[in-house]
Design a protein around this ligand. Structure first.
Ligand SMILES: [Zn+2]
Length: 173
């Protein structure tokens, strides 16, 4: 007995191949923590940006989210909050050997604070084409005229970081 051959299911468009990116992939886990930190900001009407400072061994020694509205402080960007906490934890202002992970490209102030803290590496997610000082509008941290220049790794989970911001602006502005 011959049964009718069932019609083949339509072929769904295949997802784009995921290419391994060893430089960025190794920072995905801490970036997820920074995204979780950023998610705390909207409770006070603050733009969701989150940052972590990792010690030389990869341990979290500082974390912060944007809290400008919460504390009424124009300098209370996620990076500055995290850097202050890390310096307190370490017991001095020099954060040599540390890595700062942040969901959005740092602004000029934060790029300046990063250089001054001697942080050795900056990992960020979304580009900030309007105010970014780590490659977009300025490139403060890699300016050859400066003595201390951290390594910069950009675009880690950039889509997720950008989406978190877009969602905030869609609902709050
Ligand atoms: Zn900033």
């Amino acid at each position: 007995m011959q049964s009718a051959t069932p019609a083949a299911p339509p072929i769904a468009p295949l997802p784009a191949p995921v290419r391994p990116d060893p430089v960025r992939d190794r920072w995905a886990a801490p970036m997820r923590l920074a995204i979780a930190e950023a998610a705390l900001a909207p409770a006070t009407g603050d733009v969701p940006v989150g940052a972590l400072v990792l010690g030389p061994g990869g341990e979290v020694i500082g974390r912060g989210h944007n809290e400008r509205e919460a504390v009424g402080d124009p300098t209370a960007h996620a990076e500055v909050v995290a850097i202050r906490q890390a310096a307190e934890q370490v017991g001095e202002w020099r954060l040599s050997g540390c890595t700062l992970v942040v969901t959005l490209e740092p602004c000029t102030m934060c790029a300046g604070a990063i250089v001054l803290s001697r942080i050795d590496r900056v990992v960020y997610g979304a580009l900030d084409e309007k105010a970014g000082a780590a490659g977009s509008l300025f490139d403060v941290m890699r300016d050859r005229r400066l003595n201390h220049r951290p390594e910069v790794i950009w675009g880690v989970l950039a889509d997720e970081c950008g989406e978190q911001l877009r969602e905030f602006f869609d609902t709050h502005r």
